[in-house]
Design a protein around this ligand. Structure first.
Ligand code: CO8
Length: 263
């Protein structure tokens, strides 16, 4: 299977049209080394290129989603190497080249780059006891994969500033209360079931409409409301050019279940 070619992740299709990447470096609590990130990007690109996949899940283990970038790898890194090699830059493939919705299912530690990886996803589900945080300050650095921007957008400046300056963690329960996570669950098992159900639901809809939903909601993070609403209306208009719009609305009128064309 495709999974055999990976060393640090596992790839599966646990439900119809749902692709799952499970971070699998248990001894290092899924620390995000460069080879792991390369594999993650390869797997995501493969799911993006597979028409039958409609939604993607990224998860870890019950103990750790990911305990951050690999500190052992970063310890000897110099400014020149980081700058010349654009260290971290390829992480953002996740948000730029993957058009299908990605759900992060977070149990255990989601620290530093692990928290940032979750924040890059389109939707976060977590356990109530999940351990989120940006502890970079304790290592003499700062968040480097978008944490200072995405966490601040998600929870506001007051809380983000406190968390990033102190390196304190926050729980999955707080993540839900503060709007970082869409929902939280009592344990890893119920988290995974709910995540799979949601992914399956999303994957059952029109691919065109799903991609457009992700696109317009994510645009709201970069645009002001006026430009964002204009953008939404343009994309909304364009969906009347899709076959799935005809299928969806005709099915409603005829009181039938929509059989998406999956164009
Ligand atoms: N990198 C490398 N190895 C790690 C990491 C990590 N981030 N986290 C844990 N490990 C390793 C430990 O070294 C240990 O290995 P060994 O058995 O060889 O000693 C093993 O995983 C198990 O860890 P612990 O024994 O420490 O387990 P505990 O249950 O006692 O503690 C903690 C769990 C609290 C998660 C603890 O491991 C910890 O504090 N880890 C570091 C968390 C952290 O600081 N993360 C932020 C890293 S910096 C970062 O992510 C910068 C992001 C910049 C952008 C992205 C860059 C790529």
């Amino acid at each position: 299977s495709a999974s055999d070619s990976y060393e640090f992740i596992k790839v599966s299709e646990p439900r119809a049209r749902v692709g799952q990447v499970t971070l699998n470096r248990p001894k290092a609590l899924n620390a995000l080394s460069t080879p792991l990130i390369k594999e993650l990007n390869t797997a995501l690109r493969a799911f993006q290129g597979t028409p039958s996949i409609g939604a993607i899940i990224i998860t870890g283990s019950a103990r750790a989603f990911a305990a951050g970038a690999d500190i052992k790898e970063m310890a000897p890194l110099t400014f020149s190497r980081a700058y010349l090699d654009s260290f971290i830059e390829n992480w953002s493939e996740l948000t730029t080249s993957v058009k299908k919705p990605i759900i992060a299912a977070v149990s255990g530690h989601a620290l530093g780059g692990g928290c940032e990886l979750a924040l890059m996803c389109d939707l976060i589900y977590c356990t109530t006891s999940a351990n989120f945080g940006q502890p970079e300050i304790k290592l003499g650095i700062i968040p480097g994969a978008g944490g200072s921007q995405r966490l601040t957008k998600a929870i506001g400046k007051a809380k983000a500033m406190e968390l990033i300056l102190t390196g304190k963690s926050f729980s999955g329960e707080e993540a839900e209360k503060w709007g970082v996570a869409a929902r939280s669950y009592p344990d890893h098992e119920s988290l995974m079931k709910a995540t799979l159900d949601t992914a399956e639901t999303i994957a059952s809809y029109s691919r065109v409409a799903v991609q457009a939903c992700k696109e317009v909601v994510n645009k709201s993070q970069d645009l002001g409301v006026r430009d964002g609403v204009d953008y939404e209306r343009r994309v909304f208009h364009s969906l009347f050019g899709s076959i799935d719009q005809k299928i969806g609305m005709t099915a409603f009128v005829e009181k039938k279940k929509a059989e998406w064309f999956h164009e």
